[in-house]
Design a protein around this ligand. Structure first.
Ligand SMILES: O=P(O)(O)OC[C@H]1O[C@](O)(COP(=O)(O)O)[C@@H](O)[C@@H]1O
Ligand SMILES: [Mg+2]
Ligand SMILES: [Mg+2]
Length: 338
């Protein structure tokens, strides 16, 4: 079978009118930056990239050296390409406009430069998540408010998992596709086109250590899964939790399953754990384009109207039928559904 590189794939998408030249170039630049992050990640202790950076981010979380390195790689790579008006990152309080000395484009790029930071030092898969929005017309210096567009307006979203293989998963809203990095050649090669997530599953992912803090409908839903063949669902469910969202989502788009980071009493005041703009929206776009579903437990994630760049939301995503059951339980508890 003839292998198709990411660049050839992007040319095909341009010919089909599914992506314009500027956006395809932007994706190429992001992919190139992620190759550099893959190299840094692979070096591990030998590259001096492990451990704490000794700084905190806007979220009040301690930054790892690789959080900072990955953020810098993405910012630097995207500064002078000419496709962007500004970048926003989980690691930075405010958006970073493209400096005046460089050509500007009309896209906004958002990223979680390194997802799953707690796994870096223990050599478990980490990743990068990104999303592309259109810069509103007439705005040359975009501010945070210009990024506050619902996920339905995303032009593209993707993630890269730095695991045993480095894998890029991408959508432009016409299906979800996977590319695997050929390290010898140095390019991403199409490995799965039009990925489909099975509608039903027997596997779920959740951090059960938070169980006592969950809301009653979440207690009910997970309780029924854990009851297995003896419970109302009448079947046994398996559980996985990597604690790198990219790796958990990649498992789901590979063999189905669900991922939950629900609201709990500890994080209620923050609105959730995962970030809407850098994690939830891009993953929801990718999962929906693969036939899965993504909700906050009460609402489709892609329809949430953002109110802040670093806003957090609960995340339920994966195999459609299970996400529907868990969401239904929440709406019933709220009295919104019978
Ligand atoms: O530590 P917990 O509660 O298991 O949370 C893990 C979740 O937090 C995250 O690590 C947050 O991502 P960051 O590493 O980008 O902060 C998700 O990837 C993951 O699903
Ligand atoms: Mg993250
Ligand atoms: Mg991160």
């Amino acid at each position: 079978m003839k292998s198709i590189s990411l660049i050839q794939f992007l040319i095909e998408e341009r010919r089909a009118g599914r992506v314009n030249a500027e956006l395809s170039l932007l994706i190429e630049v992001v992919a190139r930056a992620c190759k550099r992050i893959a190299v840094a990640t692979n070096k591990g202790a030998l590259g001096g990239v492990l451990g704490e950076a000794g700084t905190g981010n806007i979220q009040g979380e301690a930054q790892k050296k690789l959080d900072v390195i990955s953020n810098e790689i993405l910012l630097e790579a995207n500064a002078w390409g000419g496709q962007l008006a500004a970048c926003a990152s989980e690691e930075m309080e405010d958006p970073q406009p493209i400096p005046d000395m460089y050509p500007k484009g009309n896209h906004l790029l958002l990223f979680d430069p390194l997802d799953g930071s707690s796994n870096i030092d223990v050599n478990i898969s980490v990743g990068t998540i990104f999303s592309v929005l259109r810069c509103p017309d007439g705005i040359s210096e975009p501010k945070a408010e210009h990024f506050l567009q619902p996920g339905t307006t995303q032009l593209a979203a993707g993630y890269v998992v730095y695991g045993p293989a480095t894998v890029l998963v991408l959508t432009f809203g016409h299906g979800t596709h996977e590319f695997t990095l050929d390290r010898e050649v140095g390019s991403f090669v199409l490995s799965r086109r039009d990925i489909r997530i099975p509608e039903e599953t027997g596997e779920f992912a959740i951090n059960v250590s938070n169980q006592r803090h969950w809301e009653p409908p979440m207690q009910r839903y997970i309780g029924e899964l854990l009851a297995g063949t003896d419970g109302p669902r009448g079947k046994d469910f398996n559980m996985r939790w990597v604690a790198s969202m990219v790796a958990d989502v990649h498992r789901i788009i590979t063999r189905g399953g669900t991922f939950f980071y629900p609201l709990d009493a500890k994080i209620k005041s923050k609105g959730g754990k995962l970030r809407l703009m850098y994690e939830a929206n891009p993953m929801a776009f990718i999962v929906e384009q693969a036939g899965g579903a993504a909700t906050t437990g009460r609402q489709r994630i892609l329809e949430v109207q953002p109110t802040g760049l670093h806003q957090r939301v609960p995340v339920f995503l994966g195999s459609k039928k299970e996400i529907e059951v868990a969401t239904h339980y929440h709406l019933v508890a709220d009295g919104a559904q019978g």
